[in-house]
Design a protein. Structure first.
Lengths: 114, 113
């Protein structure tokens, strides 16, 4: 799976949009971009994923550049509860087996400030 | 739906003791897995199962056993606990269709003295 690079930490004011970047310059054509987050002392939580089109759900939006070498997770109106470590993961679509393993890097610590 | 339920939340063991970490899901997911999370190491896959009666090893399987007698349950057994197994353990599940999302439990924090 392609390697990802994320900033170590970011701050965001409550109520403002949080834009979390991820670089995945070695991504292959059949690899998806996933975002998970982990709030302190909890299990990771799926946020969103996409292949090449921008995606939006009730939690966030995912913007993938046309060359697919980078992406941005957008939390449109950050709240204090969004303070967490955010992981950008690139993984090929597979049917089953150990390849389903997600490789969580260090992620970005997002702190939402009141 | 309760999702993925793990018990216990905390456990302290002495070296050499055995114990079972429980994991149950009520989403009828075929795929279940166990991860451990250590500082600076990310999450590492221990064992996984693609359905009842089928299990396989992940990245760090030594010292752990699993079984999958039902779709709902996937217990992780530590045969003879060692201090190196001090970690936070997460169970996860998903449907068996490929690029779907994983649902994680809230974790078990294990200390081996």
């Amino acid at each position: 799976d392609a390697k990802t690079t994320q900033p170590t930490s970011m701050d965001c004011a409550e109520g403002r949009a949080a834009n979390l970047p991820c670089n995945h310059s070695t991504i292959s054509g059949n690899e998806y971009v996933y975002w998970y987050r982990q709030i302190h002392s909890q299990g990771p939580q799926y946020i969103i994923h996409g292949l090449k089109n921008n995606e939006t759900n009730e939690m966030a939006s995912l913007i993938i550049t046309e060359d697919r070498k980078s992406s941005t997770l957008i939390l449109p109106h950050a709240t204090l509860r969004d303070t967490a470590v955010y992981y950008c993961i690139v993984r090929v679509a597979v049917l089953s087996g150990s390849a389903r393993q997600l490789t969580f890097g260090s992620g970005t610590q997002l702190t939402v400030l009141p | 739906n309760a999702g993925v339920t793990q018990t216990p939340k905390f456990q302290v063991l002495k070296t050499g003791q055995s114990m079972t970490l429980q994991c149950a899901q009520d989403m009828n997911h075929e795929y279940m897995s166990w991860y451990r999370q250590d500082p600076g190491m990310g999450l590492r896959l221990i064992h996984y199962s693609v359905g009842a009666g089928i299990t396989d090893q992940g990245e760090v399987p030594n010292g752990y056993n699993v079984s999958r007698s039902t779709t709902e349950d996937f217990p992780l057994r530590l045969l003879s606990a060692a201090p190196s197994q001090t970690s936070v353990y997460f169970c996860a599940s998903s449907t068996d269709r490929g690029n779907e999302k994983l649902f994680f439990g809230s974790g078990t924090q294990l200390s081996v003295l």
